[in-house]
Design a protein around this ligand. Sequence first.
Ligand SMILES: Nc1nc2c(ncn2[C@@H]2O[C@H](COP(=O)(O)OP(=O)(O)OP(=O)(O)O)[C@@H](O)[C@H]2O)c(=O)[nH]1
Ligand SMILES: [Mg+2]
Ligand SMILES: [Zn+2]
Length: 286
Amino acid sequence: MNKGTIIKNISNQYEVLLEDKRIVTCIAMGKVRLDKKPYVGDYVLVEQFDSQFGIQKILERKNQLLRPAIANVDQAVIVMSAYDPDFSSALVDRLIFLISLANIEPVICITKMDLVDEKDEIYTYIEDYRKSGYRVYLTGHEFDPEELIECFDNKISVLTGQSGAGKSSLLNRLNPEFELHTQKTSKALGRGKHTTRHCQLFPLGNGWVADTPGFSSLDFSRVSLRDLANAIPDFQMEKECKFRDCVHLDEPDCAIKKAVENQKISSIRYQNYKDVANMIKQNKRS
Ligand SMILES: Nc1nc2c(ncn2[C@@H]2O[C@H](COP(=O)(O)OP(=O)(O)OP(=O)(O)O)[C@@H](O)[C@H]2O)c(=O)[nH]1
Ligand SMILES: [Mg+2]
Ligand SMILES: [Zn+2]
């Protein structure tokens, strides 16, 4: 049997990069299908039957994302445009929460910076996220992609963000040979419909990056308040809260609320947290 990595999936066909550098098209064998659906990023064992290749086993996953369906991700790059569609910190924060909950490191990349002037309020958000410890990359037409390319080195990365944010354009800028389909070439599809339809890994520098259709829903239905509070990278002051199981909402002597008062955590980002927390609370009740 051969070991390999799934680099592309279209319906029930999987392209697998084998250790000997061959790329073969595989189907998932019955017992694999019964267990779980193979994801792009999966390390698999492949067996050849005549001219057909079959995935016999999926090796243990480090982590997995559901939408897009991808496994063994080192970092997720949240791609958000500065303008058209408008920048939304609520959206960025929801993605940060979901990515962190999946045990993946979030990175932020703001696109279309050529469309805003230097007094735009976007710079307040950029500062805010950087102060909170996140890596924030800026890009746009005429922006030097060198720094951004480094961010992908030696990692499996996934791009995520709403349709039209510029994920495919970004990858084309990093390597024009990708020739990925972007909305400019397919405007007829209209807003909100994803131009990119499937998940695929591309080699970039010494790493791999997935262009994906982005997310189709931000699903917190299976998340507990406790898990949410624990997952947020820049909300790690629980030890200083009065109650050990503090979720930073109505509890007294809460270190997070104090940090918001002292402007160590921005009130907008805390509000984004409260909105998601309240959504989870309401789900539990109904
Ligand atoms: N001005 C400007 N326009 C950009 C930039 N990046 C992307 N665009 C435009 O934004 C539109 C959407 O870009 P795509 O790369 O197709 O977006 P996407 O995130 O891949 O979208 P989906 O595949 O539908 O999820 C296209 O018309 C691009 O030309 C940028 O940096 N500056
Ligand atoms: Mg795309
Ligand atoms: Zn607290």
